[in-house]
Write a protein that binds this ligand. Structure first.
Ligand SMILES: *Cc1c(COP(=O)(O)O)cnc(C)c1O
Length: 382
């Protein structure tokens, strides 16, 4: 990920900062587009994972669509020349303003998450004398075997329409004349590494498809969301997620009707491994069990460890020490959860050494905060 020259350059830059290796992003995009086009699958990039300018530009160049979860993401997708025919808009709480914006731009599809939302989109579309294309986001009640905060496809989660509501939804849709039902949408969670969860999803989608088929309701598009995980422990060995196996699962187990088109919404698996957070050691402080390495980056730059105990590999870039030592690697923010890792074993470090917090390209820079009146975090590229 880093050459000697990269590290020499880092030593001249003010820390902390994000570093994006756009070559890695490009290799990842090449594989995604190559494998998905083999099956004629559509891939939308999940904007919420990373909306850095350089990152978006490259993703747009590879022709991916945009999966948005806010009006501002829709706007940004259009500003960055993502084709409006490839913009989908999901989210349990779309505001009227956001819906109106998406209607004005004639996006490809609203992924709708409740009956009331259908009514509101219909109403707003009627005012504009438009027909909104919608897909029903159905909660398939499939276990994603991931952290409970990033599980979305269980009935206890707030996302999607439950299967027991479908009868009422279909009845309702008959009365909503400014909506056109174009398909179904699913998204079961994020950082899914046990790929059998996707097989379970396929089987559930087949059942749900049958339900619609029995009622003669045509569905042109099936969108199975995202969620493919990355290897946070071995970012150098597994830089590019296994897209071959991922897409093949859907080819093997999902029963598409003739002329049905399959869509994906990938976020983390596209961008996680191309990014790192580079930080300087401010202080080493003796602790009871392990010493503390206090960094100039904290939860304000990378929230995932504090938010859901996420693991990120931490590497020393500049230490010349031969001996290894264990550190609790923490940030400067006044919160005990501001900790990147406990008892992390790395070569002995001292004040001024640079550390890299790896696999930070997804849900990193986008979640940066100014809490404690922190500076905005900067980014550099190669
Ligand atoms: C977040 C999200 C995604 C992307 O998830 P990843 O795990 O980053 O691939 C896809 N679809 C929807 C609806 C989402 O909310």
């Amino acid at each position: 990920m880093f050459t000697k020259d990269d590290i020499l350059r880092f030593e001249t830059l003010e820390t902390p900062f994000y570093f994006y290796n756009l070559e890695i992003l490009e290799q990842t995009l090449k594989i995604i587009t190559e494998v998905s086009s083999r099956y004629n699958y559509h891939v939308h990039y999940a904007f919420k994972a990373n909306t850095n300018d350089h990152v978006l530009k490259l993703i747009q160049e590879y022709g991916l669509g945009a999966d948005c979860v806010s009006g501002n993401e829709v706007k940004k997708a259009l500003d960055y020349s993502f084709s409006k025919e490839k913009v989908v808009f999901a989210g349990v709480g779309k505001s009227d303003k956001e819906i109106n914006l998406a209607l004005d731009h004639d996006i490809f599809s609203f992924n709708c998450e409740s009956i009331q939302e259908l009514e509101v989109i219909n109403e707003l579309a009627e005012v504009k004398q438009k027909t909104a294309r919608i897909a029903l986001r159905i909660n398939p009640n499939v276990m994603a075997n991931t952290h409970r905060y990033i599980t979305t496809g269980l009935e206890e989660n707030k996302f999607g329409i439950s299967q027991w509501e479908l009868e009422a939804v279909v009845e309702k849709l008959e009365k909503l004349n400014n909506l056109e039902l174009i398909g179904l949408h699913f998204h079961i969670g994020s950082q899914i590494t046990d790929l059998t969860a996707f097989k379970s999803l396929c089987i559930r989608v087949n059942e749900i498809q049958e339900w619609f088929q029995n009622r003669n309701i045509p569905l042109k598009h099936i969108n199975v969301g995202g969620g493919l995980g990355v290897d946070y422990h071995n970012p150098d060995e597994n830089t590019i997620p296994d897209f071959e196996t991922f897409f093949k699962i859907f080819d093997d187990f999902l029963e598409l009707m003739p002329h049905q088109e399959l869509h994906f919404e990938l976020g983390r698996s596209v961008v996680a491994q191309c990014g790192a957070l580079i930080s300087k050691v401010l202080y080493i402080k003796n602790g009871v069990k392990t010493d503390f390495a206090i960094l100039d980056a904290g939860m304000t730059e990378l929230l995932r460890p504090a938010l859901y105990q996420a693991y990120h590999k931490i590497e020393s870039l500049t230490s010349k020490a031969k001996e290894q030592q264990k550190y609790d690697v923490v940030g400067p923010i006044c919160e005990s959860s501001d900790c990147f890792g406990k008892a992390i074993e790395i070569p002995k470090i001292q004040r001024g050494d640079l550390l890299a917090i790896r696999s930070a390209g997804a849900y990193g820079e986008v979640m940066a905060l100014n809490y404690n009146l922190r500076d905005d975090v900067k980014a550099y590229y190669k």
